[in-house]
Design a protein around this ligand. Structure first.
Ligand code: WTA
Length: 676
């Protein structure tokens, strides 16, 4: 069982009576109404008496706010001289320049110093009931051995190491080992295919890959090392592959391969941390945009870590001794910020979830909550929607009384799922924080908490900006919408430390995508509604990116693959409303003239192709073969029309006068009717 260590008594919040002030809601709601107790770094900010005053202060006095937070929360090797030097219109974003620090020291050494036996990670392995705990001392040891191993194999400061592993302590140690020696990491979700992995390795120019022999998920084995073998064949930069053993099954090793655990044993447990500049690269993380090529977003050291740490503590009301359960895979930004960097920077205990919500049965999450005594649970709406269909008995079976906050991320959470999460999972006791953010933002930007304890939370709304975040909604003319009860393109009006700095090797694309659409603002690609009360609700993507089970994918990426099939002339892929996945993938496919194919066979072939080239989750749920696509006279596909046909909103087809051949639409409507 988890026991808070001695150092908890030194923390300001904990030095209030821990029993009375179990969470900051109580701190704020109590007679002491002391914001500085809630957020120590705010002490001395004039006129700041509660959360909303602190939010306003953090936006209008951004430099003072972030400087205080950075000094309080991070351990510096040498202090920064400039809080920020940013010009959003030119894509220049720099925070805490002059400062030197090491991220792994912030996540490990400083906690080892005060409480070495505190549990840092609880690895919730796929096999239920076989969790594995790693203390801060052990994690530092693993990280140092790995850091030394990487150094011995020639990995240098500034290199980029690709990590292709499922969520597990060695994956976290690999990330931190890179940070320790000043290398950047590039974690690739272990569900990606060999080709998708190869594309990311090549773009990142990695010479080193870290993987495991096999993955285990939902009781099934996946051949991750074999996938890496295939990938590296088309990656001339790769010189070495470190292979850890997740299962006992041996794998064929090549000349490039290094048995990771064996070699780690030979290394020293002390590894000198590199003194990194605040703006040195910490990691790349590839994500989808509206063109076919995934982009490697770049996050840097100090600003990212500070933002992950601060959001983790205050959005979830995380306190020393809590067990934080973020069930996202480390291959996504949610895993980076809220399984690894945020919790570890705060000296927290973080659960690494390797399994699925329904393995071995739909009670998995809640059995885990009971067994591990999880205090904050952070998951995706797609899983909540899936679980609610199995019924309440799977939840009621288990004791969830340790839960204090429930979080949701990755896609809009519909009201039914929100209510179920709140009333059934949380017994109506726990605030549900619907957190909006992106790979680009580094951490949570719009969220119901932190806010004053009596501040309301509206189901399905992300609600309020986090400290330092100033949202803006834009109309179609590019003007800022100042009133409430209005919808527009969601931008952020001033820089914050957690934001991505660039796209690897393509700063121009970064500027064009995020900075140019609304000069002086960061454009998120999402639309949002601001209610009469000033609360934000995310309405979905404004570009051709769709969100399948919380996984972000560009429709153009899928089209690229479908079009590679020799029988296909062209295709158009759209997202459509799906009751479990949030969005499903619908592909319209035009065959080359004279092709005589069995549609079922070809559908199967196309699915295999997408799975092979990208990943399973990107496979079309529905493929409709058509004679031609609806196009404008200038040749642009009218996706709006395709979406309306699939939504069966034929009255909403809108203006078809620019269509090259209006008969195309009629054919598509009839074809769709037959399919559905
Ligand atoms: C969507 C995941 C509605 C949004 C952290 C965003 C959301 C994209 C929410 C980023 C939310 C994320 N409500 N939509 N609470 N959270 N999104 O980069 O469209 O994988 O732009 O980061 O997911 O996905 P990404």
């Amino acid at each position: 069982m988890w026991l808070p260590c001695g150092c908890a008594s030194k923390c300001v919040v904990a030095s209030l009576s821990r029993r009375v002030f179990r969470s900051y809601f109580h701190v704020l709601g109590g007679r002491r109404h002391n914001i500085a107790a809630f957020m120590p770094e705010s002490a001395g900010f004039e006129g700041v008496s509660d959360c909303s005053a602190l939010q306003e202060f953090s936006v209008s006095n951004s430099e003072s706010f972030w400087a205080a937070a950075a000094r309080q929360r991070l351990s510096w090797i040498s202090p920064f001289h400039t809080v920020q030097d940013c010009d959003l219109s030119r894509g220049r974003i720099k925070w805490f320049e002059g400062g030197k620090l090491n991220v792994s020291v912030n996540c490990l050494d400083r906690h080892v110093h005060t409480c070495p036996e505190r549990v840092a990670l609880i690895w919730e392995r796929d096999e239920p009931g076989s969790e594995f705990k790693v203390t801060y001392r052990q994690l530092l040891e693993m990280t140092c051995r790995l850091g030394n191993l990487l150094r011995r194999h020639g990995v240098k400061r500034g290199d980029c190491v690709t990590i292709y592993m499922p969520s597990c302590p060695l994956a976290v140690a690999s990330m931190l080992a890179c940070a320790r020696i000043g290398a950047a990491h590039n974690v690739v979700f272990a569900g990606f295919s060999a080709e998708a992995l190869a594309e990311r390795i090549r773009d990142a120019q990695s010479s080193t890959v870290i993987t495991v022999n096999q993955g285990v998920r939902g009781g099934k084995l996946t051949e991750l090392k074999k996938t890496v073998d295939t990938a590296v064949q088309s990656c001339p930069t790769v010189q070495q592959v470190f292979v850890a053993m997740r299962t006992e099954n041996p794998v064929a090793m090549t000349a490039k391969d290094v048995a990771m655990e064996e070699e780690m044993q030979k290394e020293d447990v002390v590894c000198e941390p590199a003194a990194m500049d605040s703006e040195d690269v910490l990691f790349l993380l590839y994500t989808s945009g509206s063109t076919g090529k995934p982009k490697g977003l770049v996050h840097t050291q100090a600003g990212y870590l500070l933002y992950a740490a601060l959001t983790h503590r205050y959005v979830f009301s995380y306190h020393d001794g809590d067990v934080f359960g973020c069930v996202a895979d480390i291959g996504w930004i949610t895993g980076h910020s809220y399984s690894v960097y945020g919790p570890l920077a705060n000296g927290g205990t973080s659960v690494l979830f390797e399994s699925t919500p329904i393995y071995p049965d739909p009670g998995r999450y809640w059995e885990m909550v009971q067994r591990l005594k999880i205090n904050q649970f952070y998951g995706a709406p797609t899983a909540i929607r899936l679980l609610l269909k199995y019924g309440n008995q799977w939840v009621h079976k288990y004791d969830r009384s340790t839960l204090k906050t429930l979080g949701s991320v990755g896609e809009p959470i519909n009201t039914e799922a929100w209510e179920w999460y709140h009333t059934v999972v949380g017994d109506g006791r726990c605030p549900v924080v619907d957190t909006w953010w992106q790979t680009e933002t580094g951490g949570i930007c719009i969220t119901p908490r932190p806010s004053n304890p009596d501040a309301e939370i509206v189901p399905g709304m992300a609600m309020r900006p986090f400290f330092g975040i100033k949202p803006a909604l834009m109309d179609t003319e590019g003007e800022v919408l100042t009133s409430n009860h209005t919808s527009g393109a969601l931008c952020i009006a001033q820089p914050w430390p957690g934001m991505a700095r660039t796209i690897h090797n393509n700063h121009q694309r970064f500027i064009e995508t995020y900075c140019q659409p609304y000069p002086g603002y960061f454009f998120t690609g999402d639309g949002a509604y601001r209610s009469k009360e000033g609360y934000y609700q995310i309405t979905g993507r404004l570009d051709d990116v769709i969100n399948v089970s919380g996984h972000r994918i560009g429709t153009a990426e899928i089209e690229d693959v479908v079009n590679q099939c020799s029988q296909v002339a062209e295709s158009a892929v759209i997202g459509y409303s799906h009751n479990i996945k949030g969005e499903g993938v619908y592909a319209f496919v035009v065959l080359k003239k004279g092709m005589d194919v069995e549609e079922m066979d070809l559908s199967r072939q196309l699915n295999d192709l997408v799975s092979k080239k990208i990943a399973k989750y990107a496979c079309p749920d529905c493929i409709q073969f058509i004679q031609r696509l609806p196009k404008t006279r200038s040749g642009k596909i009218m996706r709006r029309v395709l979406r309306k046909v699939v939504e069966q909103d034929l009255n909403g087809l809108g203006d078809l006068s620019t269509l090259d051949d209006p008969a195309a639409v009629q054919e598509i409507i009839e074809g769709h009717r037959k399919l559905s």
